[in-house]
Design a protein around this ligand. Sequence first.
Ligand code: NAD
Ligand code: MG
Length: 482
Amino acid sequence: MSPFEYAPAPESAAVVDIASSYGLFIGGQFVPATGGTPFKTVNPATEEVLAEVSEASDDDVDAAVKAARTAYTRVWSRMSGADRGKYLFRIARILQERAREFAVLETLDNGKPIKEARDVDLPLAAAHFFYHAGWADKLDHASLGPNPRPVGVVGQIVPWNFPLLMLAWKIAPALACGNTVVLKPAETTPLTALLFAEVCQQAELPPGVVNIVTGAGPTGQAIVDHPGVDKLAFTGSTAVGKMIARSIAGTRKRATLELGGKAANIIFDDAPIDQAVEGIVNGIFFNQGHVCCAGSRILVQENIADDLDRRLKRRLETLRVGDPMDKNTDVGAINSRKQLDRIEEMVAVGEAEGAERWDSGCELPTNGFWFRPTVFSGVSQTHRIAQEEIFGPVVSVLTFRTPAEAVAKANNTPYGLSAGVWTEKGSRILWMADQLRAGVVWANTFNQFDPTSPFGGYKESGYGREGGRHGLEAYVKTGSQL
Ligand code: NAD
Ligand code: MG
């Protein structure tokens, strides 16, 4: 039981103004869709319908790509970097000014706790625009190669776990480098992208530089297949990432793919154990575990495994699971029925494979999609719950005896997006970071994000980097590529 009683501290939904239905944002205007079937987006914490959203057809995607091309050739690719930077600064400031509105809307549409939308998603989304605003007039000095030029029209497809933040990761570098974009948000979380379209209008961004089309897989596929798209940037599942790579093979299109992960969070016996417990909680229970770089596998040194198990479970019993709009809530709603089904299926697999399942036993609301913080112990390398992404608040615990065994186990998945190392020894941190095949390695912390730092994967976690100077490379052509 929780040692503290918390009075409810609800955030107000009055700050957002949700329309009953939305069109598509093409050429700087909201326009009706042609032909597609509208769909509803719900609040996953209540199952209430928030709004009806348009499904962009092939013709709508074509109109969006054409608007992006016109804006690219006539305006955006010709504008000086200094002027592009001014627009990005303006967008960043508007995001800060309207942060509360965006945070509430994100929480309503996605189910994440308001304290995370408010303290993580929004500050980081604004920071991505500020950071890339600074690069817009300095691309010649970014060691990208001779005479960096934009790639052209970029198709961008983002998932539902960090809807606005992933939009910022995609749009900010693209615009800074002089590209124009057609972006598709995920079908369960389209509302903050549509509000961002209003921000583009408010910032007086030239029409067509940013186009937002809503829809599901077929709309995404129409973007991927459109001959007028020069580059694709995708974040989502490895399965869809592979389909995109197949679709564009043999064309001149480029792609960056940010896919799944199965990160190891490695705890040595000299680690500050209570801090490591906090790092585990942040690693896998942040954002309901809907995080591609989540620390979903704990590798703990065998001699402290029992102690860690006790401390972790005691801590998980204090997590407050429930209404995402309550400022005290630690773990919100699972984003969709489909994702809840996937989590339940994988947890059943874990039990059938013989791992020992524990959950925090907390009460759950009756409506909406929920899953208790869950720990599997007695997991071995061959278990599916040690190999496959669950994308929910479920962690698998494995043990090791030596650093070499920890490295071998950590690297033994198809993925390679991130990892965490907890130890007092600096030399061991450096050795581990060198050995781990992961794009990001955190030491004595987890899930730290910063726009200045490149993020991306090895193996089936995808290719390309986002953020930092490296992230610019995907959005420019240089030298012989011109
Ligand atoms: P998904 O890959 O199907 O969806 C991601 C985005 O791709 C969405 O915008 C979706 O509409 C779009 N899309 C779907 N099919 C497409 C196609 N054929 N062509 C182009 N775009 C397409 O992911 P999901 O089904 O929502 O989630 C399934 C699993 O994916 C999760 O369980 C999780 O493991 C993983 N996932 C990973 C991330 C990540 O950040 N890496 C994010 C979301 C989901
Ligand atoms: Mg929704």
